[in-house]
Write a protein that binds this ligand. Structure first.
Ligand SMILES: O=C(CO)COP(=O)(O)O
Length: 269
């Protein structure tokens, strides 16, 4: 993959392109999709960009086996994680179980979990801390709904989610936490935030990290944008100084489209 000079102030942060498959693909379909992606990315420079798939729990073991056997440079993670360590929590999956499967990431606080499973900032924070305690990297999702956006309250809304989500998380832990700004109105709607919208909020999140911790932490933490990212709009989004990658839903199910996103440096801006 051609390595271009990082734009803006992305300093040493390595971009991350993560495909959140949501409730799609059984384990056999997952194997086929990862194989296609890995083939199309076989000359990729994984030192320049992290590429991750986030399949359903039921596909994680197959994805692990495939990636380890074929030594693909692709990372993987889970879409959710329990806030509890172990015990009588039917249906839950612990962070330790995910770590044992070789997961790098665990998504916490996705807007679909907040909306359909009533997860509030306290639960999201407990999940993020459980992930960190097992040496997983949480991808902490934040984002405002349409009403909040229309009323112009998106920045304070998102920063309150950041504050709540990072409660009791140390500076050392935040350095290895990923924050994903996903405006709810742009998820699965085909409506993308403009690059300037993405930068406004991602920049505000970085400033907040500097206030909560320090400038060094704020400089290191990766902040992603998510919401209808595709090959056709990724370059403009990635040109923003405070956007360090994308959390991709629908387009990550199409290997051709996802590979284009991962190769955003090769696309016309
Ligand atoms: O929710 C998302 C990723 O977590 C974004 O989904 P879409 O890319 O389908 O809008």
């Amino acid at each position: 993959m051609a390595r271009a000079t990082p734009s803006g102030a992305r300093s040493g942060r390595k971009p991350l392109m993560a495909g959140n498959w949501k409730m799609n693909n059984n384990h056999l379909e997952a194997i086929a999709l990862v194989q296609k992606m890995a083939f199309a990315l076989k000359d990729a420079d994984y030192d320049a960009v992290d590429v991750a798939v986030i399949p359903p729990f039921t596909a994680l073991r197959s994805v692990q086996t495939l990636i380890e056997a074929d030594k693909y440079g692709i990372q993987y993670g889970a879409q959710d994680v329990s806030q509890y360590g172990s015990g009588a929590y039917t249906g839950e999956i612990s962070a330790a179980m995910l770590a044992k499967l070789g997961c790098t990431y665990a998504v916490v606080g996705h807007s679909e979990r907040r909306q359909y499973h009533a997860e509030d900032d306290a639960v999201v924070n407990a999940k993020a801390r459980a992930a960190l305690a097992a040496d997983l990297t949480p991808i902490l999702c934040v984002g405002e709904g349409l009403e909040v956006r229309k009323a112009g309250g998106h920045v304070p809304h998102v920063l309150a989610q950041v504050d709540g989500g990072l409660e009791k998380i140390t500076a050392e832990q935040v350095r290895r936490t990923v924050i994903a700004y996903e405006p709810v109105w742009a998820i699965g709607t085909g409506e993308t935030a403009t690059p300037q919208d993405a930068q406004e909020v991602c920049g505000a999140i970085r400033t907040r990290l500097a206030e909560l911790y320090d400038g060094g932490v704020a400089d290191e933490a990766r902040i992603l944008y998510g919401g209808s990212v595709k090959g056709g709009n990724v370059a403009g989004i990635m040109a923003q100084a405070d956007v360090d990658g994308a959390l991709v839903g629908g387009a990550s199910l199409d290997p051709g489209e996802f590979v284009k996103i991962c190769r955003y440096r090769d696309l016309p801006g």
